[in-house]
Design a protein around this ligand. Structure first.
Ligand code: DC
Length: 226
């Protein structure tokens, strides 16, 4: 047993727009645990591959990119959102766009790309605990985690949440386009052969449609504190 295997992990999986990001951050802050935003790793590789002009379906080239891209998370000095540095460049804003999400989803279907990111993800498991946010945290990366949650919400509600977020950031999108993109990404993430988006058999399933953030945070905390 490695020393890190005694460190508790709470996995929070679910589709895009299920509120995972916000909920994971709030829960990690409350527990004083570390946070792994695994989607940011896939977004960073997709972004780096794009910067290198790679064809995102070229498995060999993108895998090499995943193995060599340097990804660093840096806490913001003002206590705001964590910044993501990709090969030394602050790509925080670029990584949030729908284009980056679509690129991440595309490269995430390549098994050797997923494999290249495993050790980095396991490395986040450090005392006093880890909240791991993603698609396959409870099924593949931390299958023996003591606490597992699967968050979801209807596609219409997820599109609305994402629309509000992007609007606040001044990014121009329409609700209908967003909902179409979300449904397309869900279908791709759920149908891929390797690590598809699905709840772990032992995960607590929470449908957040119509629920406020505080209510969801309380439900997730209850899983750890039960
Ligand atoms: O959570 P997110 O929207 O930042 O994730 C972006 C994409 O990365 C998502 O469409 C699928 C992929 N992803 C994945 O395959 N496995 C993870 N653990 C996290 C994200």
């Amino acid at each position: 047993m490695s020393p890190s295997s005694s460190v508790p992990v709470l996995t929070i999986d679910g589709p895009s727009g299920s509120g995972k990001g916000t909920i994971s951050r709030r829960v990690a802050e409350t527990l004083g645990w570390r946070l792994l935003d695994s989607g940011a790793l896939y977004r960073a590789v997709g972004y780096a591959a794009g910067m290198e002009g790679l064809d995102l379906s070229d498995a060999e080239a993108v895998t090499r990119c995943a193995q060599t891209t340097k990804i660093r998370f840096q806490a913001a000095a003002d206590g705001g959102d964590t910044h993501v540095l990709v090969n030394g460049h602050d790509a925080t804003d670029e990584l949030r766009t729908e284009t980056a999400g679509a690129a991440a989803s595309a490269i995430a279907s390549i098994p050797s790309v997923r494999q290249a990111l495993v050790d980095m993800q396991l490395g986040f498991r450090k005392a006093p605990g880890l909240v791991a946010d993603g698609r396959d945290m409870g099924t593949v990366i931390f299958p023996e985690a003591p606490f597992k949650v699967f968050l979801t919400a209807s596609a219409a509600e997820r599109a609305k949440r994402r629309y509000k977020q992007l609007k606040e950031k001044g990014l121009g999108v329409t609700l209908a386009t967003l909902q179409r993109e979300i449904e397309a990404r869900d279908a791709r993430d759920a149908s891929r052969t390797v690590a598809p988006l699905k709840p772990a058999a032992d995960a607590v399933f929470i449908d957040t449609t119509g629920m406020g953030i505080d209510e969801v945070v309380a439900k997730v905390l209850a899983v750890v504190q039960s």
